[in-house]
Design a protein around this ligand. Structure first.
Ligand code: EPZ
Length: 432
């Protein structure tokens, strides 16, 4: 089992290039199958969730041509199956986007229930409600979601979500693009990736207005055509490196970002006493001495993102005073707290609130990765800590961070991948 080994104590310095947004790219890949012409998607992050979805799209019969590690051409005219049920796709959350895309295109889809990070209950009732509102019959049988709109196909309707959900907003948008008539999605999610998906679909001939606000209006079209599209930069990868600068008292220029997408993160870093320089497509974060304690609640965009919650918690473990993080999106996203406690952090969890009292230092330990973002946060903790940290289960981190260890090494971190005790000993000898 591969794991990271880290010798802590580095102030990260230098420049890092941010990859394309994983959560946008997953939806864009699904959207691409809806056209009967070739859709080229560039700036895809080279991460395992993306590669699993590309393989799945090829398996259902689409023509998939990998131009390079970051670019793929997809032609959905040859799709021969609307059943998505392979082992890989069971592990990724975004497999459900194929449900919306295939249902929209073929009026029928069958997709295995989604997996993804274990961060609490993750219902899909709003996706199902949306599909039903558009006229589909939806049932769950033998671990599959089966949606069918019969011979008549989907019909546009008014869909009002009970909660703000990125996944259901994108999924219902996908299904409505080729439905008969008009669809209005209310209480829609406003995340940058919702806008990115709408932009790509519009470039393929869809008629979507209002993405990025809480009301999205869609006029159904008969077919979608070819397009060439570039994925937006990953706001969460960018935020992770921004907090890595803050946490390690470093100085990092985070390049290839859209600063507007990072405003909630930038605002929190300023509150904690970091110095920020903003450019057109880059942000420099300079960590001060000790950070100031702060309080945050995670919320849908434009609020502070839940996907940036563990990274912030790690930075606040050494802050002056007591901070609180209230998790407002998921019920169980504090699984990493026990691991940080093993490294000397003082964190108590009461319900959906983590109370973090700053300590003088963290010390290296062997820690387990509970999920993708927490895994990245534990790596940052390892870079902050005295001594050696081993982060287990890095398969989670690889789902969403491209070449994470390489990018960190470029900033001065001492981090390697090891998969045997012998390699661990070798690393320890090298850094002693
Ligand atoms: C997306 O998950 C992301 N995943 C998550 O990123 C991210 O944490 C989340 O959005 C919030 O920003 C992908 O894009 C693949 P939601 P998603 O639907 O779409 C409730 C990461 O680390 N809800 O916006 O599944 C739900 O329980 C991952 O990259 C319902 O009640 O999230 C949650 O409380 C982890 N019913 C809230 O809405 C539904 O039908 C937001 O979930 C759907 C959601």
């Amino acid at each position: 089992m591969e794991r990271y080994i880290i010798k802590g104590g580095t102030h990260l310095q230098g420049e890092v290039e941010i990859s394309g947004a994983k959560n946008a790219a997953l939806a864009l890949l699904a959207a691409a199958v809806m056209a009967d012409e070739t859709v080229t998607i560039d700036n895809l992050p080279d991460v395992s969730d993306i590669n699993a979805l590309i393989d799945t799209i090829a398996e259902i019969g689409a023509i998939v041509e990998r131009v390079n590690r970051h670019c793929v051409k997809i032609n959905g005219s040859t799709i021969s199956s609307c059943v998505v049920n392979n082992e890989q796709v069971k592990k990724i959350r975004a497999s459900y986007y194929l449900l919306g895309a295939l249902l929209g295109k073929f009026s029928h889809a069958q997709v295995t229930l989604p997996g993804g990070c274990n961060i609490g209950s993750r219902p899909i009732d709003q996706h199902i409600k949306g599909f039903k509102m558009l006229g589909a019959d939806v049932k769950i049988e033998h671990g599959m979601i089966i949606a069918d709109a019969g011979d008549e196909g989907l019909k546009g309707n008014h869909v009002f979500f009970d909660v703000v959900t990125v996944g259901a907003t994108i999924n219902v948008m996908l299904s409505a693009v080729m439905a008969h008539g008009n669809t209005i999605i209310e209480n829609a999610a406003k995340e940058p990736h919702v806008v990115d998906v709408a932009n790509m679909l519009n470039s393929m001939g869809a008629r979507i207005k209002g993405a990025g606000t809480d009301v999205i209006r869609i006029t159904g079209v008969e077919k979608l055509h070819k397009s060439e599209y570039t994925v937006i930069p990953d706001q969460i990868e960018a935020g992770t490196f921004m907090f890595a600068a803050a946490a390690t008292k470093g100085n990092i220029l985070v390049k290839n970002v859209i600063p507007k997408h990072l405003e909630a993160i930038t605002a929190k870093l300023l509150e904690t006493g970091c110095y920020i320089e903003e450019y057109d497509d880059a942000i420099r974060v300079i960590g001060g001495d000790n950070l100031n304690a702060t309080h945050v609640k995670t919320l849908p965009y434009p609020g502070y993102p839940t996907d940036m919650q563990p990274q912030m918690a790690v930075a606040l473990t050494l802050a002056n005073g007591t901070s609180t993080i209230t998790e407002g999106v998921y019920e169980n996203r504090f699984k990493y707290v026990d691991e940080l406690t093993r490294m000397g952090a003082d964190i108590k969890v009461e319900g959906n609130i983590a109370i973090i009292t700053g300590v003088d230092k963290l010390t290296g330990a062997q820690v387990n990765t509970p999920d993708l973002r927490a895994g990245a946060a534990l790596v940052i903790a390892g870079i902050m800590a005295d001594g050696i940290t081993i982060v287990e289960d890095i398969v989670y981190i690889r789902r969403g961070y491209e070449r994470f260890e390489e990018k960190l090494r470029g900033l001065g971190a001492i981090i390697e991948i090891v998969d045997s005790d012998k390699e661990i000993q070798k690393f320890k000898l090298k850094v002693s």
